[in-house]
Design a protein around this ligand. Structure first.
Ligand SMILES: [Zn+2]
Length: 527
């Protein structure tokens, strides 16, 4: 099942192991890391930071590294698209804690990915399974009941479909089991079968007998309008498709885990062809050394956004491998014709961005203007905000209470998960998200505190910054960018830098006279 990883290039990794669990469940810290790294390498994703809680039970409410990770991501202290886990149970075994963390990350536009179950929180059906597994994980740990987990295992062992998205070429139909209960089965979707066959055929024989790479296949299908259920193909989706054993009749539930279950489904591709395709994929894999070299010096990755398709720009070699270029993810994944945005030489773009930063952003008039605007906002905060905050936080708590009751009742087998319940829970959760969002906006406005400063200090800061840019290396400069820049949008012939007023003013206000400007302490320098 393909996970939609569009625009995801940087993630943080989280590992957790509790005492005693390590050996019995095969969940060692090293094992979790190496599986996550393999997955990341394969999907062209950079793991920018690791967080590990060792000897900490999933039942515990206190997981220092986990909390740090959530706050680092939400405050953009570490710039990444989200967090990746080995399995959902590594997130924790308290649904109230994990669901809150996941929602908070979601609110800040961060995804949560679990590689074993192939789940990503930005996909609604995947997200629902996430919550249900979170629920199952809590039940499992509290040993009240393994009901949900057992039911899924039971469903899979009997050859029925467990839920979530399914590969192209397949669809689900409803059938009755021996107890006359409605179940789902994966069958071939005759309307899509030819697309799946075509992908395998292109990978093996290509156009003139020579197999095509994943990017070339994506590009070709998009060009002729053969879409992936309405969305464009990219190299990740093609790669997933070509590696999915469902096509040879083996749909894997809990893929790669000790308790993996193979669900027999009708095959579309012969085993012989599948194996040939795997060989071809291996031989075409890029050399590791090359991709690692690209990753080591990336001043602007994570900041750059394509103005046409909105996705991140990442580094890529040009045709002759002479220069490095920033190229948008759509172009990289779906071929050069897939987006009309410009591909720009790395050195030139970085030079231009640095110049704009010095001339326009770290310019004392710009700083003073932002400062006075911020003071205006602070003045206008009224007492009524306090009352609103109280009301909103009461509302949040009441929704959380209702959700927790529902989860408990599901756990105790009092109510059964069906589509009505699913809709009800989703409605509650989305209401919770909106309420929490409003709440956090109000709290941020109320907590706005800045030190006073004047023209002399702003000018002093600007002089320091010029020196700083002359001396610092890319890694240090990047940590400064992380503190003030939110996004750099690349247009044809123009670069637009977006940042936080508050963070800029805050940075200036904290720069002490007499000490050289250093990397602000709240910024992590990552490698
Ligand atoms: Zn683009």
């Amino acid at each position: 099942m393909a996970m939609n990883l569009d625009g995801i290039t940087r993630l943080v990794g989280y590992r957790r192991v509790s005492t005693g669990e390590q050996v019995s469940e095969g969940f060692s810290l090293e094992g979790q890391m190496s599986d996550i790294l393999t997955w990341a390498e394969r999907n062209n994703i950079e793991i920018v930071k690791w967080y590990s809680d060792e000897g900490v039970s999933g039942k515990s409410f206190k997981r220092p590294q986990f909390d740090l990770m959530v706050s680092d991501l939400c405050t953009d202290n570490v710039l990444a698209d989200g967090a990746v886990f080995y399995t959902t149970s590594r997130m924790g075994r308290r649904i109230s804690v994990t669901a809150t963390a996941k929602d908070e990350l979601k609110r800040h536009g961060k995804v949560v990915i679990s590689i074993s179950e192939n789940l990503i929180s930005n996909d609604p059906s995947s997200d629902f399974v996430f919550n249900m597994l979170g629920c199952a994980n809590e039940l499992q740990s509290m040993q009240i009941s393994d009901d949900v987990k057992n039911r899924l295992t039971d469903t899979a062992s009997n050859g029925y479909y467990t839920g979530g998205s399914f590969p192209i070429g397949y669809m689900t139909i409803e059938v009755k089991d021996q107890n006359n209960k409605t179940r789902k089965k994966l069958v071939v979707n005759e309307d899509e079968r030819s697309i799946a066959e075509k992908i395998f055929d292109l990978s093996l024989h290509g156009k003139y007998g020579q197999g095509l790479g994943v990017l070339a296949i994506a590009s070709k299908l998009n060009k002729e309008g053969t879409l992936n259920r309405g969305t464009k193909w990219n190299r990740n989706k093609i790669d997933y498709t070509l590696n999915d054993t469902t096509y040879i009749g083996e749909n894997r539930f809990r893929k790669g885990r000790p308790d993996e279950i193979i669900i027999k489904v009708p095959p579309i591709i012969s085993r012989k062809m599948f194996e040939e395709v795997q060989k071809g994929l291996k031989s075409r894999q890029p050399k590791n050394t090359e991709s690692k070299g690209i990753r080591s010096c990336t001043l602007l990755t994570g900041f750059l956004k394509c103005s046409v398709c909105g996705l991140n720009l990442t580094l890529d070699y040009g045709k002759n491998a002479q220069y490095l270029y920033y190229k948008c993810t759509t172009k990289r994944n779906c071929g050069p014709q897939s987006c009309s945005c410009p591909t720009i030489r790395k050195d030139k773009l970085e030079e231009a961005v640095k110049r704009v930063l010095l001339e326009k952003v770290f310019n004392f008039e710009h700083i003073l203007q932002n400062y006075s605007e911020l003071r205006e906002i602070t003045k206008n905060l009224s007492k009524s905000d306090q009352g609103k905050i109280l009301r909103q936080s009461k509302k949040c708590n009441s929704i959380k209470g209702r959700l927790s009751n529902l989860y408990n009742q599901i756990g105790d087998g009092i109510i059964v998960i069906d589509s009505t319940l699913k809709e009800h829970i989703e409605a509650l959760r989305s209401e919770l998200l909106t309420t929490e969002n409003e709440l956090s906006h109000m709290q941020n406005r109320l907590n706005l505190k800045i030190f006073k400063f004047g023209k002399t200090k702003a000018q002093y800061f600007c002089r320091q910054i010029v020196e700083f840019f002359k001396k610092a290396n890319d890694e240090i400069i990047k940590s400064l960018l992380l503190a003030v820049v939110k996004e750099i949008k690349v247009f044809d012939g123009e670069v637009q830098i977006k940042g936080s007023k508050y963070q800029l003013v805050d940075l200036v206000s904290k720069a002490k006279k007499g000490t050289p400007l250093e990397v602000p302490s709240f910024v992590t320098v990552w490698q």
